[in-house]
Ligand binder design. Structure first.
Ligand SMILES: [Fe+2]
Length: 444
């Protein structure tokens, strides 16, 4: 693709900031100045608006991007046919024979010899809410070993939060190119057309498909203007386009169903754009965690990277929460997560290392689900270790896990219940916790 040589940031190919009003052009003079819709655009380009919110959304939430492209998007679709993508499911997907009530944990979904692209390699683990009313989410594992060739995709249903765990992928999008590797995340907005190439495979990772309002940075409250995820660490690609004639297939996810349409050119033809509705990537190593510096263990919301609101204040459609390397210094405290039962439903994934509440069994590439109002917490080893260990400052090193937490119950797919490597004995990890109460008031 021909990429803009100009950038405003220090990382070549990307512009810094979260939700900024960006402008970028891959050819000089391609971006109109002072207006959006000139009578004639430079280079014979077509002007087109991509709206991520309703036209009348409040100014602080209003998102749209003006694209200057070789062909208007109406040329990037023709008639549609429905196709089957059997393992990519959408809510509601509540199966009578599947029990979602339970604490579940999975080993990493293994790679196979089968050729899998971004579309065919998506395996839905859970769904929540309803894609048709634009509430809720789905969690997926992707296994990708094959680049899309003359094939493009967009989801009208959702924005996709991508969390790689193995391998490197390239997202060649309408608005620029994002290269993504483990310890980074990307957000692909609803409606954005892209192709996914394998830079280093096989690739595995996690996806949170957000049917609802877009991910945003959480308010920091008394924490102030800095720390947690800082806006400058988000990187949006500069404009890049290709002018390529080739028989091409465009796959569209719309209301939980997949459709294909065929065209004779690449739809990645945006030469210049400006606006605030665009893909973005973020390096999780730049997340600055804030936590307990004297005693006790704060609620996990202290580690929120991104939040997608649900309309009920403080009750997210999805929170994306990161558990990364950090110092543990709390005095006279049980330092790991406490036992709890939560109205929110928590899907966790391990990117690398050891998670402090579960030293065994929750391995890189693995996932766990603690659904609405199901108790969970440290296993016996974690409990005993944290209850009896010396409370000197300790670095939790080599660890990065995350959580997709939603206000809606998460229902297991048939794949998650019967094909993914479910650990049947996970529930037993609390079995050996013993009664310590013997009527003696003193702490031993
Ligand atoms: Fe939890």
């Amino acid at each position: 693709m021909i990429q803009s040589g100009l950038t405003t940031g220090t990382v070549p190919g990307y512009m810094p900031g979260f939700g900024n009003d960006f402008e970028t052009e891959a050819l000089p003079g391609a971006l109109p100045q002072g207006q959006n819709s000139p009578q004639k655009c430079a280079y014979g380009l077509y002007a087109e608006q991509l709206s991520g919110t309703a036209f009348t959304a409040p100014r602080g939430q209003n998102e749209r991007t003006w694209c200057y492209r070789i062909r208007p998007s109406v040329k990037h679709v023709t008639r549609f046919s429905k196709i089957e993508v059997p393992l990519w499911k959408s809510a509601p997907c509540v199966l009578p024979d599947v029990i979602s009530l339970g604490q579940y944990r999975w080993d990493p979904v293994p790679h196979t010899e089968e050729s899998l692209t971004w579309i065919t390699g998506m395996r839905t683990m859970t769904t929540a809410g309803d894609v048709n009313t634009q509430v809720g989410m789905a969690s997926h594992v992707y296994l990708v070993n094959t680049s899309m060739q003359d094939e493009y995709f967009y989801s009208a249903d959702s924005e996709l939060l991508v969390v790689p765990q193995e391998g490197r992928l390239r997202f060649a999008t309408e608005l620029g190119v994002i290269d993504l590797e483990p310890k980074e995340i990307a957000i692909l907005p609803r409606g954005l057309v892209y192709r996914v190439e394998v830079l280093e495979g096989p690739a595995r990772g996690f996806v949170c498909e957000n049917y609802g309002q877009k991910f945003d940075l959480p308010s920091r409250g008394p924490i102030g203007a800095n720390c947690m995820a800082n806006p400058r660490d988000f990187k949006t690609p500069v404009a890049a386009f290709e002018d390529r004639e080739a028989r091409s297939r465009v796959v569209i996810k719309w209301c939980g169903q997949f459709h294909e349409t065929f065209i004779n050119h690449s739809p990645l033809d945006v030469v210049a754009w400006h606006g605030n509705y665009a893909p973005v990537k973020y390096d999780l190593r730049t997340y600055s965690p804030v936590g307990a510096i004297l005693f006790d263990h704060p609620d996990p919301s202290i580690f929120t990277v991104l939040t997608a609101p649900s309309g009920v204040e403080g009750t997210a459609n999805i929170d994306f929460v990161l558990f990364r390397e950090r110092w543990m210094v709390a005095e006279h405290s049980f330092r790991p997560p406490w036992y709890h039962k939560n109205i929110m439903s928590e899907m966790m994934g391990n990117i690398y290392g050891i998670y402090d509440a579960k030293p065994q069994g929750f391995v890189p590439g693995g996932m766990s689900l603690h659904n609405m109002m199901l108790p969970h917490g440290p296993d016996r080893d974690a409990f005993e270790g944290a209850s009896n260990g010396e409370l000197k400052p300790e670095k939790l090193d080599e660890t990065m896990s995350f959580m997709f937490e939603t206000r809606f119950p998460q229902h297991l797919t048939e794949f998650a219940a019967t094909q993914a490597p479910l650990q049947d004995d996970y529930i037993d990890c609390w079995d050996s916790l013993e009664k310590k109460f013997d009527g003696t008031p003193s702490v031993k």
